[in-house]
Design a binder for this molecule. Structure first.
Ligand SMILES: *Cc1c(COP(=O)(O)O)cnc(C)c1O
Length: 220
């Protein structure tokens, strides 16, 4: 599906949800996609991208940013502590902050650098053992911990369990954000971004619906 078709569907979902069109940020998830596909989307004027792997981002984005200086890249994949320093030089937003040790490391480096990417906290709304994210019960305390470290907590992010109705997860995340005074809500992917917008998403992360099926992951 084309970028403009996705943008139209987002606008329609926003109108249906009663919100102003334009209030949802489309993050084009470009992990594992060939550079030519990214360039096509950049040349259409799209500026906001999502990536999952630090190494792949380091290979692709410094050169792309030279040509497209307004581009913003969001980290949406699990982040290992030993890659935080590199990640802070590559990403405008880190959406996958999911544990106090990671938050502490980002906060320390931010102090040293005098700058910090925007931060979203990832919540494991389905309490899945194999999935990253802070547990729902621990989220309010984690928000406080991050704020106490002066991290700029702009939003919450979730990836609902496969094969379940995602809407209750979107609603749960929206409730957590509201009670913590957090405005950003990153939720919804290719298969369910309209349901996420109905539940109040401010950011949707759409990959395969824009770029086509991803090639398999080798060693990135
Ligand atoms: C890959 C990925 C996406 C995009 O998934 P699609 O189904 O291709 O839209 C969104 N969010 C996260 C966290 C991802 O890892």
């Amino acid at each position: 599906m084309s970028l403009t078709a996705i943008q139209d569907r987002i606008a329609k979902a926003q109108t249906q949800a009663g919100g102003p069109v334009g209030a949802v940020t489309l993050i084009a998830v470009s992990k594992l996609q060939p550079i030519v596909r990214l360039q096509q989307v950049l040349l259409q004027g799209h500026q906001v991208f999502g990536e999952n792997y630090v190494q792949e981002t380091a290979q692709k984005w410094p050169a792309l940013r030279l040509e497209h200086c307004g581009a913003k890249v969001h980290m949406i994949g699990p982040l290992q502590s030993n890659k935080v320093k590199q990640a802070m030089g590559l990403f405008d937003v880190i959406q996958s902050v999911d544990r106090p040790s990671l938050a502490t490391r980002i906060a320390r480096l931010a102090q040293d650098l005098g700058q910090c990417p925007d931060i979203f906290l990832q919540v494991n709304t389905g309490v899945e053992a194999q999935k990253a994210g802070i547990l729902p019960d621990e989220t309010d305390a984690f928000v406080q911990t991050c704020r106490a470290m002066d991290l700029p907590v702009q939003g919450l992010m979730c990836i609902p369990p496969d094969g379940q109705d995602p809407s209750p997860h979107f609603v749960m995340l929206a409730d957590m954000a509201a009670r913590n005074g957090i405005l950003g809500l990153s939720m919804g992917m290719s298969a369910d971004f309209e349901a996420a917008i109905a539940a109040g998403a401010t950011h949707v992360r759409v990959g395969s619906a824009i770029f086509g099926a991803r090639p398999p992951k080798f060693d990135v």
